[in-house]
Design a protein around this ligand. Sequence first.
Ligand code: HEM
Length: 273
Amino acid sequence: MSSTTEGQAIHARPDISYGEYLALDALLSAQKPLSPEHDELLFIVIHQASELWLKLSIHELAGARRHIAADDLGPAFKMIARVSRIQTQLIQSWDVLATLTPSEYNDIRPYLGQSSGFQSHQYRTLEFLMGAKDAAMMKVHEDTPAYPALTEALAAPSLYDECVRLLARRGFAIPGGQIERDWREPHKASPEVEAAWMQVYRDPERYWDLYELAEKLVDLEFRFQQWRFAHLKTVERIIGFKGGTGGSSGATYLARALAGSFFPELFAVRTNL
Ligand code: HEM
């Protein structure tokens, strides 16, 4: 394009501007600090940016789950890889938040009331999508507009459930209870599923796409745990071991989540390989 025609390219929608397309008026007027404190804007922006990344992660992982259910692994790999990159952004954002000192947070804290990440329905949807089902977590969302969608996310097979079903379709001996079950319950580690992954890891060339899928899942869990760990450590440096605004024990509660695994058999395989 010559310099004279730059900016005059053919537009499919000449009537729509950058700001309109991105709904910037709505987006940039959605930061509403409640305190007079300088640092509250940082606190709001980090949370809002994280929620936007969560939105995209849910979109991508739901897409990956659909493709896996349809035995179409190529597009699923691409979507999972994108989520891993998003996770890197999310992890990185703790570095920005860590510039908030305990005194600065204390000045904002009274204005936060009982609002807490506990109430992030997108975070819970993502956990459910990954396979960490916990119906007790629905309680805080009762009587909120997010409840129906979250109920659906709880009742649907997770990304990992679809991977286990894929193993069954590929001829591995997977028990019926892993193929059809009440998906509201969390996946329970199964020796048969572990044995299937073991075959894949012992002969990657033969099962290359399943091997690649397994490693992509491990990437997801690895980064998810890095995010949780960085959250925990940021919380410790900002509020120490005080309780959270959501009423939990704070750092102690957050540390508990680090003990769990979304894809237990994929980690068991590593021990026994
Ligand atoms: C100064 C910054 C922050 C502090 C002190 C903090 C503190 C906490 C605490 C103590 C909890 C446990 C629940 C409670 O009692 O409230 C929690 C949960 C949570 N926070 Fe944060 N947090 C901070 C920033 C963030 C950011 C930036 C996000 C990004 C979205 C976030 C997302 C979450 C989520 C999703 C949970 C629920 C985790 C679960 O149930 O496993 N937090 N936070």
